[in-house]
Structures are given as structure tokens and as C-alpha cells.
Design a protein around this ligand. Structure first.
Ligand code: HEM
Length: 455
């Protein structure tokens, strides 16, 4: 057997948690600027962290029992919060992410088959073809400086467009990314009134969000119209998620999704399906640029095994790097719910109206669940390693509202990373740390410059 060189240990810098609970105003500022700093250092050691905000309890829970109760056993008692609805509705409309009750069940039953395990080989072909195109473009450009954050964002958007609606994103991609950046810089950040007013009462920021929503949805409608102009698939055959959505009928009324419902689903799937995977790829590249021995190991695996659409199960090291990246940098860093009625979570009483948080960011760095939690160590996810404790690794959530694209996301990130590293050696041009900044997803504080050298 080949000798594997030991990889020097590397712990990326991350924001320091406060030693004591933040003051009310500091807490509000943290939610707007970097929400992973709202939890104190004790949160990473204890079962729960509770604080009151304007008379309402806000509870972070870390135990498997409490997480199971909220997400699996009693999810009907925990709905999305007014702030999440205000912030996400303008960009995803009434699609799967924000729907509830019967509407949610119907949408989930329609969409899940398009992302089921048996669809992965087909989806993987889209990933391979799209990534190959994007890597050719990178190879044709200068070796440095390369903005890999922008590159993986466009790549993931193109993969989402091709696999969900069979359209390449050359036309729609750049305006979509520009609008996402505009939204991320301002309207996606929760302010006090976003959190305290019920969703039916608009804040002045909601009025600006409504204007943004009108522009954004016009762009998504162009995608839907372009796709609707294509001939319909023969009955029983589906090219992509869009065909499945178009063919779906409401089990009770027999009604099809109308153009607006199709638009909201397309917005949801493209947005939820690319931003998260893009940041995963980005953080994985930051980690591998900082650990050249680990990078060499992933590149050697990709070259030995190949990166065709069937390679994922054999790309075990690359997949372990992706899983370890999702541990240290979970794009969905917190799942937030509001209790409809009272409940009890372990030792904690939950009153109706309380906010309950399950934070992959905290769970993934919790002292009780992980040895050396701050260290980047893909060995934790190798097939011979013991599985992580229950609910200690939760990048895709769990229960009925678990991420519908989880398997696709893992396939996509593993293949795209392997293809990139098989072709290029990745290095940073500066040594300044890149810190995670949590707003809607866990994005980097800045886009550092990289060098890509052909292997
Ligand atoms: C690394 C990539 C991804 C991460 C970390 C991620 C994470 C998550 C998480 C944590 C949830 C649950 C949210 C909650 O319970 O509040 C979720 C839901 C969802 N995700 Fe993902 N996701 C990823 C990729 C994708 C992809 C590729 C797609 C689509 C192709 C997708 C579509 C969705 C949708 C539609 C939901 C809502 C499901 C529902 O409410 O029934 N995600 N995702």
C-alpha cells in the first residue's frame, strides 16, 4: 500500500464567541452582521443557551433529544419565524422552502422524485458536463489572480439551471448573481422590527423588499417563459424537475401548478440549490489551499479514480473533505423555528411564541461531540472512522423538512471539487485569513485571490 504522508494539522480562524451574553443592542447588531457571534463560548459546551429578547424566550438547543423533538417528533409545533418569512419570501415566493401544511406536502411529493437517489446518475452527468465547461474557461484565463468565489458561484448556478430547468445560465446567470449580491448586502439582514412584528404587518424594509421581489420575480419569469416555450415532454417521460412540476396535479383538486407557482418553485430550487453548494465548494478550496498535503491527496485520488458521473462512491477522500468542510462551515448555520404551542425540550420549558434555534455551526464545534473541533480533519469522515454522534453533524437538517437536495449537493460538491483538483493546483495569493460571516448563509468575509496552476 502507498504510504500516506501525515497531513500537518490546520485550524482555520473563526470569529471568537463572546465570553458573556451580548447586550441587547450588540445582539441585534450581531444578527445583522455575523450571526454566529450571538452564542457565547458556553454554548459550545452546554446542552442549551437561553436568553430573553423583548419578553420572548430565545433558546438554542444542543442535545439529540431536544433536536429530535423539534425537527422529527413534533415539527408541526414549530414553524418558520416572521423574520425568516420576511427575508426569504421575496426571493423564493411560496415555493417548497416556505410552504406549510397540505401545500407543502403536495410540493414535496412532486419535487422529491426529481432529486431521489435513482436520479443521481443523471444529475451527476449535468455536474460533469457543466464543470468541464467552466474549467476550460478557467484554463483559458490568466493563472492569477482568480476570484474562485465568483467562479464557483457561477458554476453552481449553471449546474442548478441545467439540471433543474435544462437551461444554461449564460444569459440569466450574471443578472441573477448581481441581484443576489444586492439582496445579500442589505435586505437579507434582519432588523429589530423584522423580528418583533407579525409577518402580516409590513416594516419599511418590507416595502423595499416588495420592490426587490417584483424585479427578481420578473427575471425568474423570463426563465420560466423560456422553458415553457420548449415543446412538452411525451407523457411519462421527464427531462428535468421542471417537467415533473409541469406534470404534477394536486391530489385533491386535480389542478396543475400555474405559471406563478412554477416561478416560485424555480426560484426556490435554483436559489436553495446553488448558493449553499457554491459556498461549500469555496470553503473546501480555502481549506485545501491551506493544507497542500491534503490537497495533493485529493488530487491523486481524483486522477487515480477518474471523475466521470459514476465516480462519486469511490472518491472517498474528496467526499470526506466535503463533509469536513460542511462541518466547519455549514452554509445553513442555524435552523430557526417559532413554537406555536407550549412544549418541553429536555430540561427546558418552551412557551408558545418562543424562538428555538438548532445551530449546525454550534453542534459542529461542540466540545462534547468532537475532539479538537477547530481542526480541519477529513479523517473524521473516512469510511473506517466511527460515525459522528447522533445529530452532531447536521448540515442538511433532519426530519420531514430535511434538505430535499442533500444527496445531489454531496454528489455535486464531490465531483466538482475532484474535477477542479485533478486539473489545477490551487494556491492563495495572500495569507490574510478569510473569516466566515453568517447572514442568510455562511459566506466568506471577502473574496480572496487564488492562483490556479495546471497539474
Ligand atoms: C451544501 C448544500 C446544501 C446545504 C448545506 C443545504 C441545507 C439545507 C438545510 C439545512 C435545509 C433545512 C432547512 C430547515 O429545516 O429549516 C434545507 C432545505 C431545503 N433545501 Fe437544501 N441545502 C443544500 C443544497 C440544496 C440543493 C442542491 C437543493 C436543490 C436542488 C436544495 C433545496 C432545498 C429545499 C427546496 C429545501 C426546503 C425543503 C422543505 O422545506 O421541504 N438544497 N437545505
Amino acid at each position: 500500500m502507498d504510504r500516506v504522508e501525515p497531513v500537518p494539522r490546520f485550524a482555520p480562524l473563526s470569529p471568537t464567541p463572546p465570553a458573556a451574553p451580548l447586550s441587547f443592542w450588540a445582539y441585534l447588531r450581531a444578527i445583522r452582521t455575523n450571526a454566529v457571534t450571538i452564542w457565547t463560548e458556553r454554548a459550545y459546551q452546554e446542552d442549551a443557551e437561553r436568553r430573553d429578547l423583548l419578553g420572548r424566550a430565545t433558546l438554542l438547543v444542543n442535545t439529540p433529544e431536544a433536536i429530535h423533538r423539534v425537527l422529527v417528533d413534533n415539527p408541526g409545533n414549530y414553524r418558520r419565524t416572521p423574520a425568516s418569512i420576511r427575508i426569504l419570501r421575496p426571493v423564493v415566493g411560496n415555493g417548497l422552502l416556505l410552504s406549510e401544511g397540505e401545500a407543502w406536502r403536495h410540493q414535496r411529493r412532486t419535487i422529491a422524485p426529481a432529486l431521489a437517489p435513482r436520479m443521481l446518475p443523471l444529475l451527476a452527468q449535468h455536474v460533469v458536463a457543466t464543470t468541464a465547461d467552466h474549467l476550460d474557461r478557467l484554463a483559458a484565463g490568466p493563472a492569477a489572480p482568480v476570484d474562485l468565489l465568483a467562479a464557483v458561484q457561477m458554476l453552481a448556478l449553471d449546474i442548478a439551471g441545467r439540471s433543474m430547468v435544462s437551461l444554461d445560465m449564460a444569459t440569466f446567470g450574471p443578472p441573477m448573481r448581481a441581484m443576489i449580491a444586492e439582496f445579500a448586502a442589505d435586505l437579507s439582514r434582519p432588523h429589530l422590527l423584522d423580528m418583533v412584528l407579525p409577518p402580516g404587518v409590513p416594516t419599511w424594509r418590507d416595502l423595499r423588499r416588495a420592490r426587490f421581489r417584483a424585479r427578481w420575480m420578473r427575471l425568474i419569469e423570463q426563465i420560466v417563459d423560456t422553458r415553457l416555450a420548449r415543446p412538452e415532454c411525451p407523457a411519462g417521460a421527464s427531462r428535468d424537475l421542471f417537467d415533473l412540476l409541469r406534470a404534477a396535479r394536486d391530489p385533491e383538486t386535480g389542478a396543475a401548478f400555474d405559471r406563478i407557482a412554477l416561478r416560485d418553485q424555480v426560484a426556490t430550487m435554483i436559489l436553495a440549490g446553488h448558493e449553499t453548494t457554491a459556498v461549500t465548494l469555496f470553503w473546501a478550496l480555502v481549506m485545501l489551499a491551506a493544507t497542500p498535503a491534503e490537497q495533493a491527496r485529493v488530487a491523486a485520488e481524483a486522477r487515480a479514480i477518474g471523475t466521470d458521473a459514476t465516480a462519486v462512491p469511490r472518491l472517498v477522500r474528496t467526499r470526506a473533505v466535503v463533509q469536513e468542510t460542511l462541518r466547519l462551515f455549514p452554509p445553513a448555520f442555524v435552523l430557526v423555528r417559532q413554537a406555536i404551542g407550549p412544549d418541553r425540550l429536555g430540561e427546558q420549558d418552551v412557551a408558545a411564541g418562543s424562538i428555538v434555534m438548532i445551530a449546525p455551526w454550534v453542534l459542529h464545534r461542540h466540545a462534547r461531540f468532537w475532539r479538537d473541533p477547530a481542526v480541519f480533519d477529513p479523517d473524521r469522515f473516512m469510511p473506517d472512522a466511527p460515525p459522528p454522534p447522533r445529530y452532531a453533524w447536521l448540515p442538511f437538517g433532519t426530519g420531514p423538512r430535511v434538505c430535499v437536495g442533500a444527496q445531489f449537493a454531496l454528489t455535486e460538491a464531490t465531483l466538482a471539487l475532484a474535477m477542479l483538483l485533478a486539473r489545477f493546483e490551487v494556491a492563495r495569493l495572500d495569507t490574510e485569513p478569510v473569516l466566515p460571516a453568517a447572514v442568510v448563509t455562511l459566506t466568506p468575509s471577502r473574496a480572496p485571490a487564488f492562483r490556479l496552476s495546471p497539474r
